[in-house]
Design a binder for this molecule. Structure first.
Ligand code: PHE
Ligand code: FE
Length: 282
């Protein structure tokens, strides 16, 4: 892959920018508060306990958009991660390099009041509320760092798409088995009012036990609710089955296998719920 594009003129060479926390308006802080109240209500009993612990120890609250510097101080004391602001999407290698160094890149803008329900671009609510609480979990924190290092490697193998599917179906849209039931942990779900209900309760999607190679073969939709969710047993399992494994032979093997559609079911899948696909067909 080519060396990354140069950072924009107003950004540093690693693409970070100041959050400029003082520049948020009262209306922008109010959007955070509204989203925070609505999401914490919705997530009650539905989200992994690690997420709630993360919100508490980081003191994320309904008190306006968090200041990245203060948040990073608390987070760094726990797992060594920090949060840095970027102007928007950054090149892959820049993203991986930050993760590999325990820096989570976050957008600083917040959606408008008329975009509470849906926004395709990640904003500061998705990035902070969705992603940062789990960075307080030691196993998940290790997984994310290893993912960054793995991204830099995957570029050399031309395997970015496969690795991106792993991120999608874990970090963004993962489910976890906990206390005899399923719970949410993916940031794309926990920051979405609609999908945090759909992913657990709706009969439409498949819910399939996590399998690394299976996930890395599965296409995904970026413009609607997922048709399949993959369920891990623990963050420890996720870390063990990724960080401790050499992906090079897996990438090679997967080259020989067809890519799977988002709604595919394989005979080898450990199905937890077989989706009706009623929503997907509508
Ligand atoms: N172990 C993987 C490799 O060999 C890297 C990786 C770690 C990927 C954690 C994803 C998550 O490339
Ligand atoms: Fe995200």
């Amino acid at each position: 892959m080519a060396a990354s594009t140069q950072s924009p003129p107003h950004a540093r060479s690693d693409w970070t920018i100041p959050q400029d926390w003082d520049r948020y308006t009262a209306e922008e802080h109010a959007v955070w508060d509204t989203l925070f109240a609505r999401q914490t209500g919705m997530l009650e009993g539905r989200v992994t306990s690690a997420f709630g612990r993360g919100l508490d120890v980081l003191r994320l609250s309904r008190a306006g958009i968090p200041n990245f510097v203060e948040l990073s101080q608390r987070l760094e004391a726990l797992t060594g991660w920090r949060v840095v602001a970027v102007p928007g999407l950054v090149p892959d290698d820049v993203f991986f390099e930050h993760l590999a160094n325990r820096r989570f890149v976050a957008g600083r803008f917040i959606r408008r009041p008329d975009q509470l329900d849906y926004l395709q671009e990640p904003d500061v609510f998705h990035d902070l509320f969705g992603h940062v609480p789990l960075l307080t979990d030691p196993a998940f924190a290790d997984y994310m760092q290893a993912y960054g290092a793995g991204g830099l490697r995957a570029q050399q193998f031309g395997a970015l798409q496969k690795l991106a599917r792993l991120y999608w179906y874990t970090v963004e849209f993962g489910l976890i088995r906990e206390g005899g039931g399923l719970k949410l942990y993916g940031a794309g779900i926990v920051s979405s009012f609609g999908e945090s209900k759909f992913a657990l309760d709706d009969p439409s999607p498949n819910r399939i036990a996590f399998d690394l190679e299976r996930v890395m073969r599965t296409d995904y939709r970026i413009d609607d609710y997922q048709q399949s969710y993959f369920v891990i047993e623990s963050f420890e399992q996720l870390r063990r089955q990724t960080a401790d494994v050499d992906f090079a032979p897996i990438y090679r093997r997967l080259e020989q296998l067809p890519v799977l559609a988002p709604d595919a079911i394989l005979p080898t899948d450990k199905l937890i719920t077989r989706g009706t696909m009623a929503y997907a067909r509508r």
